[in-house]
Design a protein around this ligand. Sequence first.
Ligand code: FMN
Length: 210
Amino acid sequence: MELINKLNWRFATKAMNGEKVPQEKVDKILEAARLAPTSSGLQPFEIFVITNQEVKEQIKPHAWNQPQVTDCSHLLVFAAWDNYTEERINNMFDLTNEIRGFKNEGWENYRQMLLSTYPQRSAEENFTHAAKQAYISFGAAIIAAAFEEVDSTPMEGFSPEAVDEILNLKEKGLKSVLLLPIGYREESNDWLVNLAKVRKSKEDFITEIK
Ligand SMILES: Cc1cc2nc3c(=O)[nH]c(=O)nc-3n(C[C@H](O)[C@H](O)[C@H](O)COP(=O)(O)O)c2cc1C
């Protein structure tokens, strides 16, 4: 199947059958998420991979009791930095220098520019910016899952405060942003599986400026 066929095959799965996704496929989905581009390359979020059934059970009532939370194979939680700090910014710039093996004046000037703007902004503004970056990675994970013919359900329908509490995210300086159960569809129990995919027409979606 080519990518577009797989993207038509995927849907926001409403019922999963509990079957385990092979680790090799999970690794590829997570790698696609890790390779997603982010603003200034800061990657201001982390992913928690939950296979512990008790933890999934704890989360479910705080996620509108959506059954995929417990019937999935792996529950991915995308959690963004609660703020941009000097330390967090410096860590990513230092990592770049370490991996590339050299320091570059332009890059160091860019570091100073971020250091003189991001930490001074409100935590709320910085968290919102960080959360947007998590969405990019989330999209990459959804597409990678489809590519691997693994089902997933993108989820904003949960209480971030409750999930933060369950996963002790506050003490890590993180806030949950998105859930992504991955697993396999339970066709007999899924009201959406046979319904046509609904998208705006290309004409209403794309404007060519030639
Ligand atoms: C950010 C985001 C949050 C969503 N939250 C939920 C959710 O909590 N529960 C759910 O069943 N579907 C959720 N959806 C699924 C959307 O409703 C679905 O992707 C959209 O209707 C398009 O349908 P499709 O994904 O089946 O093609 C979410 C999708 C996105 C992208």
